[in-house]
Design a protein around this ligand. Structure first.
Ligand code: F0G
Length: 354
């Protein structure tokens, strides 16, 4: 039977803080694929599923939170919305604001946003302000703007964002008809791990799920404040989306880690890039570097013998690989394998068929 996915507000309306009066601003987000990873399942001797969040309308999981935050802001009569971003939040906010007829204002670290993400914000009509500072500085500024000027803040410090993002946990349990033993994901500003914990707990409390999973979050080594237990003043990583030194949802993330009996650990840029390449070449799932941090962390733990066998494991890959082709290709020696004349035999020779 045909079924049109209606976006996360309509699909999970009874679990979201909306009323009949709330205008629903949706681009059809959510309902993303859960793809079984054969090679990862083999390595951890379990059953590993990828939650492919790059398949959301603007190419990342941010759309789940943005549909709720922008709908609420529009319902409250906001005229403009603001966020700090490493690129995905701003792309998402700009798209949903455009749909709602609101003015999007974006604060980003100067020169640190991938071209694809910048193009999204620009095309959706955002006022893009480049700041000579890092993400953490931008977040401080957007909080200041929202406090002193008529503009609504839609970073994940806005609780509506986490409410929307928790629907990914619902979808995993719904699709598997089971609760994973372990859920793995990247951590940057730490909103998403907090949102997943909200969702998994809510389903368990409602009796929809039989239990809650253990949560494993992974930061990039050069931007691992939660792992270090102290803010990182100058965060550095090739995974620009999680280049964050002082996460806004730090305490919620630590609570999610501890209540679930989980861990938040660090992975190197080299491990992230390797995991990104493996996902693309073995599963056919092209994700951006930050999105591969969870897989990198799971592989590192498996190599140390720390992954119990026979587990049901879900891993969120957070954003699409097309967001940042420059970084993806930077590690590849030559992107042009061969240049030939118009000739079938030459093609066969070049392809190694002859
Ligand atoms: N993966 C991607 C692709 C992201 O864009 C982000 C965060 C994360 C993971 C981490 O999620 O912050 O909830 O822990 N990006 C934000 C942004 C900071 O501005 O787009 P988190």
């Amino acid at each position: 039977m045909a079924h049109l996915w209606r976006g996360v507000i309509e699909e999970y309306r009874d679990r979201l803080p909306v009323t009949d009066a709330t205008p629903v601003i949706t681009l059809g987000e959510g309902g993303t694929p859960l793809v079984r990873s054969g090679w990862l399942s083999g390595i951890v001797r379990g059953d590993v599923w990828l939650k492919v969040e790059g398949d959301n309308p603007t190419g990342s999981f941010k759309d789940r939170g943005m549909t709720v935050a922008i709908s609420i802001a529009a319902g409250e009569g906001a005229k403009a919305v603001v966020c700090a971003s490493t690129g995905n939040t701003s792309a998402s906010m700009a798209a949903y604001a455009a749909s709602a007829g609101l003015t999007p204002i974006v604060l980003v670290p100067h020169g640190k946003i991938s071209a694809g993400k910048m193009a999204q914000a620009v095309m959706h009509g955002a006022e893009v302000i480049q700041v000579n500072g890092n993400f953490d500085d931008c977040l401080t500024m957007s909080r200041g703007l929202a406090e002193h000027y008529p503009v609504a803040l839609v970073n994940s410090v806005n609780p509506m964002r986490l409410q929307g993002q928790k629907t990914a946990a619902f979808e995993i349990v719904d699709a598997l008809a089971a609760t994973p033993d372990l859920h793995v994901l990247p951590v940057g500003n730490a909103g998403n791990i907090s949102a997943y914990w909200l969702g998994f707990k809510e389903y368990a409390e409602a009796g929809v799920a039989t239990k809650t999973p253990t949560l494993w979050g992974f930061q990039a080594e050069g931007a691992a404040p939660i792992v270090n237990g102290a803010p990182v003043l100058h965060p550095e990583t090739i995974a620009s989306a999680i280049r964050i030194g002082n996460p806004a949802s730090w305490h919620l993330a630590v609570a999610a880690r501890d209540e679930s009996g989980g861990r938040i650990a660090a992975v190197s840029d080299a491990q992230i890039l390797q995991a990104q390449r493996d996902l693309a070449s073995r599963d056919g799932v092209f994700v951006e570097p930050a999105s591969a941090a969870g897989v990198a962390g799971l592989l590192a733990a498996a190599a140390r013998g720390e992954v119990e066998p026979d587990q049901l494991i879900s891993v969120t890959v957070t954003g699409h690989g097309l967001k940042d082709t420059e970084t993806a290709l930077s590690g590849i020696d030559s992107i042009i394998d061969s240049v030939i004349e118009v000739d079938v035999d030459a093609a066969a020779a070049a392809a190694g068929l002859a």
